[in-house]
Design a protein around this ligand. Structure first.
Ligand code: 6R9
Length: 662
């Protein structure tokens, strides 16, 4: 942890206040309302959260306790209350007479649309929950979900929640090895998958990867694999162990009493990259998590009964958990769920879908915005101006810092200078939005996520935990526990405690792992990127260690160091410096080996982790004590002149060799 590399590059000072004609009905209509909520939280922290928890959620057993800090940093919220997440997402809307409202407007890769009402989704979830029960799944059991973006994906997550089983969704783009790691770590008893997934006109394997993951070993906990047929691709089937989902669903009743769980009962485990070691299983609670998923739909996205909400994130990521599976449904919204990719059949797919579904709230990632901006410059016909985007009223951005150029393009060309952009900063660990503009209230600044949500006590501190002045860079922390924070690292409380609540900062501040700065005049936050060895490629988190371990597990590789460098489209690109167990390859041979290593990393982790650049050297730049000097590698990867002091290097000559691109 070091703050001395965090320097502000911020020069932005443009403020935008789109005049929206819906501010009078907005959940937070103006800055006075925002400030009133912040004051309420500051004056009576527990009272504030208790009020929100009562207003947003339906409790089977009301809670009497709010925050329990007696075993900090293992905090508990609403601990004596009981509820069920799927009841809150489905039954309560049906019971209130909104069963015929469309919950999901599903659009498949090839453009077919299926509408699912709240009543219909509830019966699908109940049938799926009954299937899980018939296979012996009980409260607390872990269920892996390895499914594409689909109605079944959302249904499977909700079905687990209904019976108190803990789901762990693995992104369909992750490899068999990554899946195996997660099965072993969770001790899952069931895997729900599909034969294949359809993406961009291609069918990609899922069930084959499950077979391979199980063959990698240590998966004795798994009793069955449930397979949904999506493409009718050819797959192998182990009778009695592999089960077809559809005939099992057909046999089940569409009634299933929800299991009322304690507020602290784990709702799910989601793996994310850490700076060291293997990915960690971030464990979330039921009550606190669902409260914030629901409340942020109202505050950040100003969700209203007639909105058509669309978050483009995959359910394999936290954004897909909170703003596809749980938030929109708990808030009773209509949402679009999209199976495909933004560039198929061409790069106007998003705009075409906003037009045809009359989408009013659109939430996506900066990497998609940059890529679509680029495509529309190359091909006029895919430019958003060709589509009727007048239904839009709010647009979101998530996953990485949005650069002001991309922000301006999005604001002008997609939102017609009419729609506020909510740049939402948060993390897998935080469960929901932490810092973001309130769309009808907060003046917007391109590239800044502006101010924390009411009740979120963010601050910027130095390495000893003291507040830094505005205009100075420092460590982003949250000073008080909040309901939707992670509760643990699955099976590793020590990693939870030391990783997120470091003693150097006093042991109670949550350390986000990002550097940040507040502007002197506006006090807006600017996120300046990770302070640890985490890369952000197209909004996906990857540890440099993870990629390095994958590389060195290849038989040709002796040593590897991985760094990020800026990239126009993906934000950051992976650059790997590799020492082989053989003489330095040249020309075509070097290209061939680089290709093999890229594919290897793709197999070990997933295609998103494939290094964009690979450079070979006889060695890596090391200090005399043997530490790899990553800062030098970062400069080389960027193609910068090396200005750092290299006098402590054991082998300065190596730098020239590593500068040679393939
Ligand atoms: C929700 C999600 C978390 C990391 C986070 C930060 C980066 C996310 C951001 C942002 C700047 C934003 N990040 N949103 N940086 N502005 N609006 O992305 O979770 O996958 O866990 O990533 O992503 O570095 O620490 P996760």
């Amino acid at each position: 942890m070091t703050t001395n590399t965090i320097q502000s590059t911020a020069t932005e000072n443009r403020l935008f206040t789109p005049s929206v004609n819906w501010s009078a009905t907005a959940a937070i209509p103006d800055m006075a309302a925002y400030k009133a909520l912040c004051d309420e939280a500051a004056n009576d922290y527990e009272g504030f959260w208790a009020r929100l928890a009562r207003e947003n959620l339906t409790w089977h057993t009301p809670f009497t306790q709010v925050l329990d800090e007696s075993n900090a940093p293992f905090y508990q919220w609403f601990a004596d209350g009981r509820l069920n997440a799927s009841y809150n997402c489905l039954d309560r809307h049906v019971e209130a007479g909104r069963g015929d409202k469309v919950a999901i407007r599903f659009e498949s890769d090839n453009g077919e649309v299926t509408l699912v009402t709240y009543s219909n989704l509830l019966s699908r979830v109940n049938k799926m929950a009954n299937v899980l029960k018939s296979l012996g799944v009980q409260k607390g059991d872990r269920v892996m979900i390895y499914l594409p973006m689909s109605i079944e994906g959302v249904t499977a997550m909700q079905a687990c929640a209904r019976i108190g089983a803990i789901h762990s969704v693995v992104f369909g783009g992750f490899s068999a090895k990554a899946l195996n790691d997660r099965i072993v770590d969770t001790g899952a008893s069931l895997i729900i998958t599909a034969d294949e997934q359809a993406r961009g006109g291609k069918n990609l394997p899922l069930k084959d990867n499950v077979d391979e993951a199980l063959a990698l070993g240590d998966c004795e906990s798994v009793r069955h694999v449930l397979v949904n047929i999506r493409t009718h691709g050819s797959i192998s089937f182990r009778e009695g162990f592999d089960l077809h989902l559809e005939p099992l669903l057909a046999r089940q009743s569409d009634q299933c009493e929800p299991v009322w769980v304690e507020a602290e009962h784990p709702l799910f485990i989601l793996y994310t990259s850490g700076s060291t070691g293997t990915p960690k299983g971030v464990q979330h609670s039921t009550g606190g998590y669902l409260l914030w998923a629901t409340q942020t739909m109202k505050w950040t996205f100003d969700i209203k009964p007639n909105d058509v909400f669309w978050c483009t994130a995959d359910i394999g990521w936290i954004t897909g958990h909170t703003y596809v599976c749980y938030g929109p449904l708990s808030a009773g919204a209509t949402q679009i769920v999209f199976e495909g990719i933004p560039t198929y059949p061409n790069a106007s797919r998003f705009w075409k879908m906003i037009e045809s579904h009359r989408c009013s709230i659109f939430h996506t990632a900066p990497t998609a915005i940059r890529a679509l901006n680029k495509s529309s410059e190359m091909d006029e016909s895919v430019h958003p101006k060709n589509f009727d985007l007048s239904s839009l009223r709010i647009m979101g951005s998530v996953g990485e810092p949005i650069n002001p150029e991309a922000w301006m393009w999005y604001y002008k060309n997609v939102g017609g200078e009419r729609c506020p952009i909510v740049d939402t900063f948060w993390q897998t660990e935080t469960g929901g939005n932490m810092i973001a503009p309130m769309p009808a209230a907060t003046p917007l600044m391109p590239g800044s996520c502006t101010m924390p949500l009411p009740g979120i006590m963010t601050a910027i501190v130095d390495e000893t935990g003291h507040d830094v002045e505005n205009g100075q860079g420092g460590l982003l922390v949250v000073k008080r526990p909040w309901p939707s924070m992670l509760r643990n690292v699955w099976g590793n409380p020590q990693r939870y405690k030391s990783g997120y609540f470091p003693e150097e900062l006093g042991g109670t501040y949550y350390l986000a792992g990002d550097g940040a700065m507040r502007y002197v005049d506006t006090t807006y936050f600017q996120i300046m990127g990770r302070i640890d060895d985490i890369l952000n490629v197209s909004g996906h988190r990857l540890g440099t260690m993870e990629v390095e371990s994958a590389l060195v597990s290849h038989h040709l590789v002796a040593e590897a160091a991985v760094v990020g460098r800026p990239d126009d489209v993906s934000g950051e690109a992976i650059c790997a410096f590799v020492v082989l167990k053989r003489t330095l390859p040249k020309g075509a041979e070097a290209l061939e080996i680089a290709k093999e290593l890229r594919n290897w990393v793709g197999q070990e982790i997933g295609p998103i982790a494939k290094p964009k650049d690979i450079r070979f050297g006889d060695n890596l730049p090391k200090t005399r004590s043997g530490k790899i000097m990553r800062r030098l590698l970062r400069s080389i990867a960027k193609g910068e002149e090396i200005s750092q002091d290299t006098s402590t290097l054991e082998n300065p000559a190596i730098l020239e060799q590593l500068k040679q691109a393939l």
